[in-house]
Design a protein around this ligand. Structure first.
Ligand code: SF4
Length: 281
């Protein structure tokens, strides 16, 4: 659904956000004059609003993600298994994984990794997806519940919003590579420990070397803190071009922050427009 009259935009946005139906699902296109609504999400949200007492649908696997789980060698999960087995195994990756000459080889060499305790609690290893030669590498901190269940980065609501954000600068998920610093979900989405980050970040370094992107876009303050190894303040670093291991790094808000606070869509839109210009040069 497209409106082109700029004087209607503010009124419509205010109305939609006041309805709390569409507010999370709008992203700007062009110069912020036009915008589009993800019709699927709108329909979904309208249905929810019309049936407030409807119990949320529980996916078969959802219970597994939030319960105390024990992971076996065959990737099966058992609910309520205690105590949790933590198995750290330096030999769980191929000895010469650093010599991997493609993302595919790297994946094959490291996907059984148990080099930190997150390997014992993950459901799926989340390597990353997209174009192995992408100009833009997008990095989040770590997989969340949906990512852990599906083995893909940025799925679920924030993933859908990321797709919309990319589309707003005429990019699809297939045009970029999307990955996380950590390849396994920290239980209950806790902050990863320094040693977990240090161990896993080596894989990200190798991914950067193999993809050789023109730009890296880090999403969220936690990813920024982790990459830059310092406590960052978003307003000080957002939209600036920084260096990360010889690559140009830009940081902007995480899509989940936009879902919580739609006012952040404007600064992200500005960052994305700038990134689009930089990528074109
Ligand atoms: S988080 Fe990284 S280092 Fe830890 S087990 Fe997973 S892949 Fe290995």
């Amino acid at each position: 659904m497209i409106w082109t009259l700029s004087n209607l935009k503010t009124d419509i946005l205010n109305y939609l956000e006041s309805q709390k139906i569409y507010g999370n699902n709008i992203f700007f296109e062009d110069d912020g004059i036009d915008f589009k609504i993800d019709k699927d999400i709108v329909r979904e949200n309208m249905a929810k609003k019309q049936s407030p007492n409807t119990k949320p649908k529980i996916e078969k696997n959802t219970l597994v993600a939030d319960t105390n789980i024990k992971k076996t060698k065959t990737n099966n999960v058992e609910q309520n298994a205690t105590p949790q087995i933590v198995n750290i195994d330096e030999n769980s990756v191929e000895k010469n994984w650093q010599n991997s000459d493609s993302l595919e080889v790297l994946y094959n060499n490291i996907h059984d990794c148990m080099r930190c305790e997150l390997g014992s609690t993950r459901n799926k290893f989340v390597f990353g997806t997209g174009d192995p030669n992408a100009d833009l590498l997008i990095i989040g901190e770590a997989p969340g519940r949906d990512e852990d269940l599906q083995g893909e980065p940025f799925v679920g609501r924030s993933g859908k919003l990321l797709t919309t954000i990319l589309e707003s600068i005429q990019l699809s998920r297939d045009d970029v590579f999307i990955a996380n610093i950590l390849k396994c979900r920290p239980p209950n989405n806790r902050r990863p420990s320094t040693s977990e980050v240090d161990t896993c970040e080596e894989y990200l370094h190798k991914q950067i070397e193999l993809i050789n992107p023109k730009y890296i876009l880090a999403l969220g303050l936690t990813a920024a803190d982790t990459l830059l190894k310092e406590k960052c303040v978003m307003k000080d670093i957002r939209g600036k071009i920084m260096d990360y291991r010889g690559k140009k790094l830009m940081i902007t808000y995480h899509p989940s922050a936009l879902l919580r606070n739609p006012n952040l869509k404007r600064p992200v839109w500005e960052d994305m427009k700038r990134l689009k210009e930089l990528l074109a040069n």
